[in-house]
Design a protein around this ligand. Structure first.
Ligand code: G6P
Length: 476
């Protein structure tokens, strides 16, 4: 049965994202970032979460499969193999993703993929439109679904629709190299509110709207195109600091964490945790670590670098290439610098539950978060949240992660300069306790202030027209 807004006066929240996270019935699973972000909002609002089921079927869904859980209804669409290829692997991950991460040379555009991207957005919109009620607040997530609002508007949906872009938004000169990018910018103007991670991203997007599609920049965040008014604003995403910190504390009893402690002996741990993605700078980071070992021979056998890297998007050729490059780099470094009793870099492709990752983070004396470009990078925030306040480890953070705008007490590096990163690793390892504590306290204060609950609340407040959506009925 379809949920109604009832008499509570609180509008229903409709979330649309490519991936949908249905809660694990055992309660043991590890909720992804967006699921954590939306938990409280769904509790206050009742909700509908619409998106791809993650499944591929011979026939595309025309109506979603509905799963009811508590006060949230999940509406899941299957994709055909061609949809998956053109929409997900193709346009979203092979053309848009690299461009959004400033990697023009890696972007592979194809008209067929772009048509598939538009086709899936259209079919999602037509399945969703019939489920929309007049007071619903609609919140669309990420680059897979940029044209969704335009498709919903074409079907007569007049609700307030917000979009949050989880990855970087590049300068118009970069985005402009992608065929179809002007249409994407026009599609953006069908949203009432567009959130990005940083002020730089917001600036880039507003500039793109002005330069490429003739929008007019009004005061502050406001951009106008004809009759349409769009707010484009930075909403830096956060984490659930408290729960990650608690998980890290409790994790000392976890089997895998205990094994890691035993395996380390007196060695100090350096950690990197990233999906296998070229935006994360994994081979570059391994080579920086190699530089560090070459420049600091006394540290050989004294440190272990653990890189935890679940495989990602392996059907996309550039990801398969990256996998080979990482394996070669790793093999070369371990072969040339390792010793019978010591492997410099431990590389694992497993996906660990969040409590295990929290525990591993807490063990690590240095956290390496050195993406070539990243929207925010929540791993950086998780590393800080997991530390022991009495003796915290130190974060080495790329200046090209959105997180660097907020966590200025990390050791900020340019990941393209391997010597600079190697020096930062050394500085992090040698930094005195007092300085580590002082820097950690300031970073903790920042990530606590900008946590996940405040991110969700501030976006929804702006989307609902400036009033706290929980506080009363929203006037459209
Ligand atoms: C990034 C994107 C998400 C995406 C995630 C994992 O964080 O912003 O939208 O879900 O990567 O990628 P995948 O392709 O596995 O969904």
């Amino acid at each position: 049965p379809q949920q109604t807004n009832g008499d509570s006066g609180v509008p229903r929240l409709v979330v649309v994202s490519n991936r949908v996270a249905i809660p694990d019935p055992t309660g043991k699973g590890s909720a992804g970032g967006l699921a954590v972000a939306l938990k409280e909002a769904f509790e206050a609002h009742r909700g509908l979460w619409f998106g791809w089921s993650g499944k591929v079927a011979a026939q595309p869904s025309t109506t979603p499969r509905i799963v009811d859980k508590g006060n949230v209804q999940y509406a899941l669409m299957d994709l055909t193999p061609l949809d998956r290829q053109e929409y997900y692997n193709g346009f979203a991950n092979r053309a848009l993703w690299p461009i959004m991460h400033y990697r023009i040379g890696l972007s592979e555009f194809s008209r067929a993929d772009y048509a598939g991207y538009l086709r899936v957005n259209r079919s999602f919109a037509s399945a969703l439109a019939g489920m929309i009620q007049p007071d619903d607040l609609i919140w669309v997530h990420d680059y897979h679904l940029i044209p969704l609002a335009a498709e919903l508007r074409a079907l007569g949906v007049t609700n307030r629709i917000g979009y949050f872009h989880h990855i970087p938004w590049p300068a118009p000169e970069v985005l402009g190299t992608l065929p179809g990018s002007q249409d994407l910018l026009r599609d953006i103007t069908e949203y009432n509110l567009v959130g990005v991670q940083t002020d730089l991203d917001a600036d880039n997007l507003r500039r793109g709207l002005v330069q490429e599609v003739g929008a007019i920049q009004r005061k502050g965040d406001l951009v106008e195109l004809g009759e349409k008014q769009i707010r484009v604003k930075g909403f830096p995403i956060g984490i659930d600091v408290n729960s990650f910190q608690q998980a890290a504390k409790r994790s000392s009893t976890n089997r895998l964490v205990r094994q890691t402690v035993a395996g380390l002996g007196s060695r100090r741990l350096i950690i990197g945790i990233d999906r296998l993605d070229y935006s994360k700078g994994i081979p570059e980071r391994m080579e920086s670590f190699e530089r560090f070992l070459i420049g600091n021979p006394d540290q050989r056998g004294q440190v272990t670098y653990l890189q935890v890297t679940p495989v990602s998007r392996s059907e996309v050729p550039e990801y398969a290439t990256l996998s080979r490059v990482v394996n070669e780099t790793l093999g070369r470094i371990n072969g040339s610098l390792g010793e019978p009793g010591w492997v410099p870099i431990h590389y694992v492709n497993s996906t660990y539950p969040r409590p295990v990752l929290a525990g591993l983070n807490r063990l690590a004396r240095v956290g390496l978060v050195t993406p070539m470009r990243d929207g925010m990078n929540l791993v950086a925030k998780e590393y800080v949240a997991a530390q022991d306040p009495e003796d915290p480890g130190m974060l080495v953070l790329s200046k090209f992660a959105g997180a660097a705008q907020q966590m200025t007490d990390a050791l900020i590096v340019n990941p393209n300069d391997k010597i600079e990163v190697a020096e930062a690793i050394r500085d992090a390892l040698y930094m005195g306790r007092e300085e580590r504590v002082a820097r950690w306290e300031r970073m903790m204060a920042t990530i606590t202030q900008c946590d996940i609950a405040s991110w969700t609340a501030s976006f929804l407040k702006d989307l609902s027209g400036g009033r706290s959506p929980g506080a009363g009925r929203i006037l459209r």
